[in-house]
Design a protein around this ligand. Sequence first.
Ligand code: ADP
Ligand code: MG
Length: 374
Amino acid sequence: MEDRYAFLAEWFDPIAALMRRFQLFYYPNDGSMEMFDVKNQRVFLKRIKYDDIHPRDLFVGNRVNVFSRQLNLIDYGDQYTRNKLGSKKERTLALIKPDVVTKIGDVMELVYSSNLIVTKAKMTRLSWSQAADFYMEHQSKSFFNNLVQFMSSGPVVAMEIMGDEATSVWRKLLGPADSAAARREAPQSIRAHFGTDGLQNVGHGSESLDAAARELEFFFPSAIGHGPSNTATFTDCTCCIIKPHAVSDGLTGKILNSISAAGFEISALQMFNMERVNAEEFYEVYKGVVLEYPGMVTELCSGPCMALEIRGTDTPKTFREFCGPADPEIARHLRPNTLRALYGKDKVRNAVHCTDLPEDGVLEVQYFFKILDT
Ligand code: ADP
Ligand code: MG
């Protein structure tokens, strides 16, 4: 029998103003899917090949975008799917240490190429006492002071990553704690590539599922307003949003690399799950002005996006030029090295949003890093 994954999905129908429930089936053999309306007991979407849905996005708790509808996957639809997809899925903390924050793009690339996805991310700067709390277990070690000093010496990026056996996969990807040992014993590992020594070794990974739960709670607490704060400066800056389609296609690492390579500083970074009302508010100025406004709103809340505060000379103007024309087709003809030319699909799914007017740079950064990050 053909492999088939089943999910229970919810979609808020804005016209009827009610929550609809569907059975969603995905066929990994040909990447096709179909949907049944649970209440009305009828086919909602006939089986059709759909390239924008990736098997790695199919897990309970995730939000997927199907033909511009945001579906929440609320449960597995059968035991087969639960066993096959659910049992090995783990969430763990991947923390990028201050020595390599400028290489965050490379590290994210490695995360995605190991079939893990980034479900939360935040750039933050730990105080001495926050770093000491985080590394409490090493309190009695000779290197404790150096470790805490190092961890609070600059920004770090905390990520919740998810995938099959994420905890051990990420630790294996990091390699041995001592960078020199990593170069000898695990030359392909991240610490072998980017590490300096026994202390400055690129990243941290939780050692067990219990540790992962505790450490994720430290950076992404369930109670609002408590975790370590973001690093936005709100001065001389512009706002860049890596759109959900690009995040879901695993392009975040590449885009961050392109931005850094072009000489821009990424001074704050955070992933958000936008509510529709927030996406409408953020894009308010385009309403009735830009034909694509409804599509832009739907895209921005179709899955997690990544907001960046960008600094550099004469931003927002220079950064806007670097993003290129809004239409990726035009961008590919006229400005082939711009972000939209490289990573955009169409006018709505054009990889990134960037601030249009210089005076709006700070305001847009504030919208994400002050208003939404509460
Ligand atoms: P890991 O990060 O691989 O889980 P440990 O839990 O043993 O490694 O140590 C935590 C961190 O403390 C290491 O990643 C490293 O930054 C630092 N550290 C560990 N051992 C030493 C050491 N001997 N000298 C200096 N720093 C160390
Ligand atoms: Mg450890």
